[in-house]
Design a binder for this molecule. Structure first.
Ligand SMILES: Cc1cc2nc3c(=O)[nH]c(=O)nc-3n(C[C@H](O)[C@H](O)[C@H](O)COP(=O)(O)OP(=O)(O)OC[C@H]3O[C@@H](n4cnc5c(N)ncnc54)[C@H](O)[C@@H]3O)c2cc1C
Length: 382
């Protein structure tokens, strides 16, 4: 695409957050939007993720965001005119201790109070939801039938094509190298292709968001955490219809429509690093978990194994909104749930930028909450 040197809004980062935000800005009438991506579409965490979508959260804010995200996903194919691969097989949460089960029940009470129809299910019912499940050692299960997963590539491309149709420019292989701030206002971005003037700049740089924030003189408390994930050869479809997840068991597992299993786990000790290396420890852990929880997978081969970065914040909740630099916004820190929150977060920030009332008041996700000590700690993550 031919370079331009002025846009109304410049978005740094072309993952699900940057592209969905661009789409909603254009949809709401602010069409002169340029997305600057140093690599290519789905280059970052979006193209490396497990793509689970759930409303079963432990903070009111995440419950509201998760439910609103589901509502968007449920009509997204029609809205964007392309498939997103949504599969609503539910999220089946497995608790291995009574304490974990109690915590999940507390979260369920919160979810139910907000209209999310999650519920405790018995082992027998868990087996009806996930026929190949072996979890007789579990203390209990929770399920929300509307949860599930989608395809991160299809979803991001669908947003990108719809955004382009509305006039959004997408510059790939273009790295933002500086944010120009004049008299306390962001007025443009320096890039590897030249300078671009802007009336507003949005930082959607994922695990590199703190670097982009620094370009505008802002310190973010975010850090990058590598997470490994793998895909197996296909087995008979129907082995694992839901997204199967356990915080204490340290796994999430889903089956693709053609039968392959995608599964991941959190790294021991949660190291902070930008490394995308993969380890044999992960393969050992993951294959032991798979063959225990889904014995039908015993002996199948892993065909690919990769690593992506969680963009972490001190409370595991995202940072969305204005900054001390006028017209410079953050939409970052989505840790392990930015794929599902991308559509709703993009919509909310776009509503704010066009002066409309956001569907959900997200002002508490302001980055200054860390300095104020008002953390929004999400318990339902690994
Ligand atoms: C293994 C794994 C499993 C996951 N599972 C799930 C899940 O089940 N459900 C879920 O909701 N989420 C999941 N996530 C989290 C999810 O992937 C992320 O939260 C989400 O993709 C973040 O989107 P983003 O657009 O902010 O970041 P990214 O997709 O990383 O996009 C940011 C983009 O910014 C670009 N960029 C950075 N710096 C610059 C610069 N200076 N100039 C130009 N471009 C720049 C990068 O190249 C990148 O493409 C998972 C993540 C991983 C790693």
């Amino acid at each position: 695409m031919e370079w331009k040197n002025k846009a109304d809004v410049v978005i740094v980062g072309g993952g699900i957050l940057g592209i969905a935000t661009a789409y909603y800005l254009a949809k709401f009438g602010r069409r002169d939007v340029a997305v600057i991506e140093k690599g290519t579409v789905c280059e970052g965490s979006t193209g490396r993720c497990g793509a689970g979508i759930r409303a079963q959260w432990g903070t009111e804010m995440n419950c509201r965001l998760g439910m609103a995200a589901l509502e968007i996903f449920e009509q997204l194919d029609d809205e964007l005119g392309m498939q997103t691969g949504l599969n609503q097989g539910g999220y089946l949460l497995v608790a291995y201790t009574e304490r974990e089960l109690e915590n999940l029940k507390k979260s369920m009470a919160l979810q139910n109070s907000l209209g999310i129809k999650s519920r405790a299910v018995s082992l027998r019912e868990a087996r009806e939801i996930c026929p190949a499940l072996d979890a007789s050692d579990a203390a209990g299960f929770m399920c929300h039938a509307r949860d599930g997963h989608a395809d991160p590539f299809l979803t991001t491309f669908a947003y990108l094509e719809a955004a382009r149709r509305l006039g959004v420019s997408y510059f790939r292989k273009t790295e933002a190298t500086g944010v120009t701030v004049k008299r306390g206002k962001a007025v443009g971005v320096d890039t590897s292709r030249g300078h671009i003037d802007a009336d507003a700049v949005i930082n959607c740089a994922g695990a590199r968001a703190q670097d982009v924030a620094k370009m505008a003189g802002i310190d973010l408390p975010n850090w990058a955490e590598p997470h490994e994930i793998m895909i197996t050869e296909p087995i008979e479809p129907g082995v694992c219809p839901p997204m199967l997840m356990s915080f204490s068991g340290n796994y999430y597992i889903q089956q693709r429509p053609h039968g392959s299993i995608i599964c991941g786990a959190s790294p021991k000790g949660h190291p902070r690093s930008f490394s995308l290396n993969v380890t044999s420890q992960f393969l050992t852990h993951m294959s032991a978990v798979l063959s225990k929880v889904l014995p039908a997978t015993k002996g199948i081969r892993a065909v690919r194994h990769w690593c992506g970065l969680y963009d972490m914040t001190p409370d595991g909740s995202p940072i969305i909104g204005e900054t001390d630099v006028k017209n410079f916004y953050h939409s970052t820190g989505y840790s392990g749930h930015g794929f599902m929150l991308g559509p709703i977060a993009g919509k909310l920030l776009a509503q704010h930028l066009v002066g409309a009332k956001p569907d959900i008041d997200f002002s508490m996700l302001d980055y200054r909450r860390f300095a104020r000590g008002e953390l929004i700690v999400e318990p339902n993550i690994t």
